[in-house]
Design a protein around this ligand. Structure first.
Ligand code: AMP
Ligand code: ZN
Length: 494
């Protein structure tokens, strides 16, 4: 018996009850395809917000009784700097930037991405297919499109003729009248503004590191064809669910649908889910702009990866989320408080009545199954932990069950838990180690650093009176100060 799960489907622009292909009792796993990282740089926390939402989706499907086959691709070739199929390949640009081979860049940033995924407690997908391992499948797909008359050749590649796919504008609700060629888009030899490259020829004047022979000439695949080929290769058609960031609706996913459905003659995916962007005060966070924050940047500010996961739960995945260090630090404190409350519960208090635990979980599950409403689910978690009608043992069972969907490691004991932050800095030759059992605001961090430097300088100048005053101020702030043998000033928030 499956629990009802409602998801907002971009394809129909409404919330619908999720039913897998073949029905609820088909027994097969639910096929979920998620567009994965382009591995030419570190993932920024905006990218990671999208993978957290997709992980919650997978956990919700599991909580509803489905088994899941989850595929996330690795884009290691063909994603050009511009969505209009112009500009450099991001991978080749990354290699030039770092003076390494494209293959080394791909291996390095793929490994870094995997570390981020683990730190965020994101469940491993069943498969991580790499685009460069699927060139024959892409070539075959393009051949089929060619045989069916959907392609044409230009000086720089083989293109998909979107005029031959009348439903092209439907998915993203594009107004065809708004697509006027040549105004802002570099058309090259394209027939229609929306046409896109399936195969690009290697440039004659420059040597690419990644290129392959094809029936049309030496070159490399377009970014969009990669996802279609890998999704069709590894999941049953139609896909049950296809996910990605909201930026993919208009171009990447619209193109995936056109080239997949043109080739197979069948619907490509039943449900499309899109996560809204994490935004900065200054606008969007983009890998290519260098304007990005990584998990390491957060760690340096005392926010753990799971604190960031908690921060993502402060907004619904379909709403933009404005990032601030203060907001992330507050989420870290909230997570720490939850852990403290849970670790203080006496597990040996009373027995577990499963029915009572299920009843207590009901509001949490209802929020989760209402299009993954995590702000409401977290509120329901707090309510359950405060429920005096549950025994200690039942509260632990309740928290364990909720954490299967939340992925916050709520039952990890506090000591050695992930929310302990250590920040090492060196200012004016003074080494300072700040240890905090949770997020620390940048204001408090700067205050600690300023005082520690002043104290060190006062002591060096044998001004012990000032040094003692500062020690007293640290006590008032709830910070314990210790001088370590190597001269580092350790400041621990209590
Ligand atoms: P990329 O590695 O650039 O191909 O992007 C990986 C995923 O992150 C895609 O699903 C994007 O839609 C998503 N993404 C990119 N920027 C953001 C952002 N600022 N907030 C949320 N998701 C994003
Ligand atoms: Zn994709």
């Amino acid at each position: 018996m499956k629990r009802k799960l409602y998801l907002y489907n971009t394809a129909t622009a409404r919330k619908e009850q999720f039913v897998p292909q073949g029905g609820d009792d088909s027994g097969g796993p639910v096929g979920v395809y998620c567009c994965g990282p382009t591995v030419y740089n570190y993932a920024h926390i905006g990218n990671l917000r999208t993978y957290i939402f997709e992980d919650v989706l997978k956990r919700a499907l599991t909580a509803c009784g489905y088994s899941v086959r989850h595929v996330v691709n690795i884009t290691d070739v063909g994603h050009l700097v511009s969505d209009a199929d112009t500009g450099e390949d991001k991978m080749e640009a990354g290699a030039a930037r770092e003076g390494k081979s494209v293959w080394d860049i791909a291996a390095f940033y793929t490994a870094k991405f995997m570390e981020d995924i683990d730190a965020l407690n994101i469940l491993q997908p069943d498969l991580w297919p790499k685009a460069t391992d699927h060139i024959p499948q892409m070539i075959n797909h393009i051949k089929t499109l060619e045989e069916k008359g959907f392609t044409y050749r230009t000086a720089d590649g083989i293109y998909f003729d979107t005029a031959k796919f009348p439903a092209y504008c439907d998915f993203a609700g594009i107004d065809p009248a708004s697509l006027r060629a040549g105004e802002r888009v570099d058309m090259g030899d394209k027939r229609n503004v929306t046409d896109f490259a399936l195969w690009k020829f290697s440039p004659l004047d420059a040597k690419r590191q990644m290129e392959w022979d094809s029936p049309w000439g030496r070159g490399f695949p377009g970014w969009h064809i990669e996802c279609s080929a890998m999704a069709i290769e590894h999941l049953a058609q139609p896909l049950d669910i296809h996910c990605g960031g909201a930026d993919h609706v208009r171009v990447h996913h619209t193109n995936e649908i056109a080239q997949s459905e043109a080739a197979t003659g069948e619907r490509f995916a039943n449900f499309w889910l899109h996560g809204e962007f994490l935004v900065l005060d200054k606008g969007k966070m983009a890998k290519s702009g260098g304007n990005f924050v990584t998990l390491d940047t957060l760690r340096e500010q005392g926010v753990s990866p799971l604190g960031y996961r908690m921060f993502c739960y402060t907004a619904h995945y379909r709403s933009p989320l404005k990032f601030s260090y203060e907001g992330a630090a507050a989420a870290e404190q909230g997570l720490l408080k939850l852990r403290k409350i849970i670790s203080s519960i006496d597990k040996s208090n009373g027995s577990v009545n499963n029915e009572r635990v299920s009843r207590a979980l009901e509001p949490f599950m209802a929020a989760l199954c209402d299009d993954l409403n995590m702000p409401r689910a977290v509120a329901a978690l707090w309510d359950g932990l405060r429920d005096d009608g549950l025994t200690g043992a039942e509260k632990i069972a309740f928290a364990e069950e909720a954490d299967k969907a939340l992925g916050l490691d709520l039952l990890t004991p506090l000591d050695g838990g992930q929310s302990r932050a250590e920040i090492s800095v060196e200012v004016d030759g003074c080494k300072i180690l700040i240890i905090s059992d949770g997020g620390i605001s940048s204001e408090l961090k700067n205050d600690i650093i300023e005082k520690a430097v002043l104290r060190k300088k006062s002591r060096a100048a044998k001004d012990f009176k000032t040094a003692d005053i500062i020690r007293g101020q640290f006590v008032d702030m709830g910070v314990a100060v210790k001088d370590l043998p190597d001269g580092t000033t350790e400041c621990m928030t209590l």
